[in-house]
Ligand binder design. Structure first.
Ligand code: GDP
Ligand code: GDP
Length: 437
């Protein structure tokens, strides 16, 4: 069954993001410390009773200088379009308000199940507060306290009960490539260029997603699916004016894909916005190729490409593993290089390294460059094993995981990258305390 998508709506300050954080939990991520990357957590994965589901905090989607009602309409719009279940949150400490009535009015017209959560019922003395919310006409108000986690489980049970049965659309076979990047960098043009270039057998896959247009094609007898998030931009809904919504859509495309093409405009240069989506691709552990487009109109000499590469490297430190390709969708220059690189990075993401070779490399590194001591203690690896692919994931059996410093982790990552073909793919390392026999 497809995962449930739950959207949280409600007026400001009722506790939406508190509930969201409780559901989604803290994100464990290497990019957490990078400013601007994970700031807006408006979309996340969660799990309840063995079922994983998705949560959207529509409150995180803010329109600049818009009146409350426009903002709420956008929230509700997104929830209706995106979610299976809508969770309306009210403030049980303050009681029912006009704004709640306004939102409930919009939701009553939604053809989606709505669950009504009355938040800030921190203890039983406030229990009586929930009854007035029956007035909203959205069914039984359910008490909760986002801060303390009380009642949240019952609410989720209720959401899962209301989840409509769905028929699965079988996923098309092929390497899934998501094309992401800011508006106007040339994503659509690039998709067309790739498809033209291949003179491929092309078919639009109908109805597989609400976020993107999937196009299947064959290249060198191998099937691919290109996921174009730009193609359906102009649907003219209210929420299309919401800038952050395009981020949400890109996130979904990233989640579904095998390889990310992160497109930039070589003429306009690097924009701050580029960081958001790229950061998410890193968090999702997807192989990434940086495509610098519009290279035809860049004034250049023999140094320009190196200089641009350096800029990209400095700006996206956490994307050091991503290959960079300079193309022009317009003239098709170097567009033919993209698919071979896609194949290569995917192969790297699926690479399995024999345990003995892995341990030789790790062992040598420990001898030549041991970890620095910290309070007289030194991080030591006894044994390494690869436990997964896509991305390659390694468990380091060690004396004490807490001694593994970020910089030494970086060093180990570079060691593995130098020893094995891992270009384009992220790798994960998990340090575990060795269990003594
Ligand atoms: P949002 O604007 O709807 O996303 O609301 P927030 O999640 O940012 O919460 C607004 C304020 O209410 C914050 O100061 C929270 O700490 C507080 N809050 C959220 N949930 C609860 C709760 O269950 N009990 C209490 N007492 N405060 C809460
Ligand atoms: P998207 O919003 O990222 O899908 O961008 P589009 O594909 O719609 O392209 C935005 C604009 O850039 C259009 O006017 C394109 O004609 C132009 N464009 C796209 N790729 C190239 C390129 O390689 N070179 C030049 N000179 N213009 C391009």
């Amino acid at each position: 069954m497809k995962e449930m998508v739950l959207a949280i709506v409600g007026r400001p300050n009722v506790g939406k993001s508190t509930i969201f954080n409780r559901l989604v939990g803290e994100r464990m991520s290497i990019v957490e410390d990078i400013p601007g990357v994970t700031r807006d957590r408006l979309y996340g994965s969660a799990e309840w009773a063995g079922n994983s589901f998705r949560v959207i905090d529509t409150g995180g989607i803010q329109l600049a200088n818009q009146p409350f009602q426009t903002e709420i309409r956008a929230q509700v719009d997104i929830a209706m379009e995106e979610a299976d279940i809508i969770l309306m949150v009210c403030n049980g400490a303050e009681g029912l308000s006009e704004d709640d009535h306004f939102i409930a009015g919009l939701l009553q017209r939604a053809k989606k199940p709505v669950v009504l959560a009355i938040n800030r019922i921190d203890d039983s003395s406030r229990m009586m507060n929930i009854y007035e919310f029956y007035e909203l006409g959205l069914g039984e108000p359910m008490a909760c306290s986002g801060i303390h986690g009380i009642g949240v489980g019952d609410i989720l049970d209720c959401c899962f009960e209301l989840m409509p049965e769905r028929v699965d659309i079988p996923e098309e076979e092929g390497v899934k490539i998501a094309v992401i990047g800011e508006p106007n960098v040339g994503k659509s043009s690039l998709v067309n260029a790739i498809l033209n270039e291949e003179r491929a057998i092309v078919s639009n896959i109908q109805g597989t997603t609400r976020d993107a247009i999937d196009t299947a094609f064959v290249h060198d007898e191998k099937p691919y699916i290109i996921v174009d998030t730009a193609g359906i931009r102009k649907r003219g809904k209210v929420y299309e004016s919401v800038e952050k919504y395009s981020v949400l859509r890109a996130m979904r495309a990233i989640e579904r894909c095998d390889v990310v093409l992160f497109v930039m405009d070589g003429e306009a240069g690097i924009r701050e916005q580029d960081k958001h989506v790229a950061g998410y691709a890193v968090e999702m552990n997807k192989p990434i190729i940086i495509v610098v487009n519009k290279w035809d109109i860049v004034k250049k000499d023999d140094k320009t490409m190196n200089e641009f590469t350096q800029k990209v490297r400095n700006h996206f430190l956490y994307l050091s593993y991503a290959p960079i390709v300079f193309v022009s969708a317009k003239t098709q220059q170097r567009v033919h290089k993209i698919l071979p690189i896609v194949d290569e990075v995917l192969e790297n993401a699926k690479r399995r390294i024999p345990t003995n070779v892995l341990n030789e490399v790790i062992g040598d590194s420990q001898v030549t460059t041991p970890a620095p001591t910290h309070n007289g203690k030194r991080f030591r690896i006894y044994y390494a094993t690869q436990v997964g692919i896509q991305p390659p994931t390694f468990v380091l059996s060690c004396n004490d995981p807490k001694l593994l410093h970020f910089t030494y982790e970086r060093f180990l990552e570079n060691t593995l990258r130098n020893a094995f073909a891992l270009e384009g793919t992220p790798i994960r390392m998990i340090a575990r305390k060795k269990v003594s026999e």
